[in-house]
Write a protein that binds this ligand. Structure first.
Ligand code: DQA
Length: 142
């Protein structure tokens, strides 16, 4: 499968940012382990702190052969109608993921503008949320 993992704002700082919430491992380490585990699959990765760049990358999946997306939109999860609209225009399943269990945190994190445009949500398992997201995509394929 050709899978795209997308991370939104501040997730470039994983491993350094609020380690009590997000852990001390980097996204690079997570990707290396995912690529080893899913050696027969292609796992592309994109991160941006800019909402429009995330939308541009997601729109590229209309033509680049991507078969599924694992998306952690970070704080844009809770604010972005533009990302919601972008997801609705895609032709592949999208799994929303979060490292933290957003429902155990501040009330402003309890609302996602993206979930309604996604196949499902995985939250609260740290970096393992990305692996679980990939498993969800692969289960759809099978
Ligand atoms: C997050 C949760 C969001 O509320 C937050 O803004 C993030 C990370 C998570 O992975 O737990 O940046 O998406």
């Amino acid at each position: 499968m050709k899978i795209l993992v997308v991370n939104g704002p501040n997730l470039n700082l994983l491993g350094q940012r609020e380690p009590g919430i997000y852990g001390t491992d980097s996204m690079e380490a997570c990707l290396a382990s995912l690529r080893e585990r899913y050696a027969d699959d292609e796992i592309d990765y994109y991160q941006s702190n800019v909402e429009g760049f995330l939308i541009d990358r997601l729109q590229q999946t209309l033509t680049d052969g991507t078969q599924g997306v694992v998306l952690n939109a970070g704080a844009y999860t809770h604010t972005s109608v533009a990302l919601h609209d972008a997801l609705r225009s895609l032709h592949v399943p999208v799994i929303e993921v979060h490292l933290s269990n957003v429902h155990r945190r501040e009330a402003f994190r309890h609302t996602s503008l993206l979930t309604a445009a996604c196949l499902g949500v995985i939250a609260g398992f740290g970096l393992d949320s990305y692996r679980l997201g990939i498993e969800a995509l692969k289960a759809q394929q099978a």
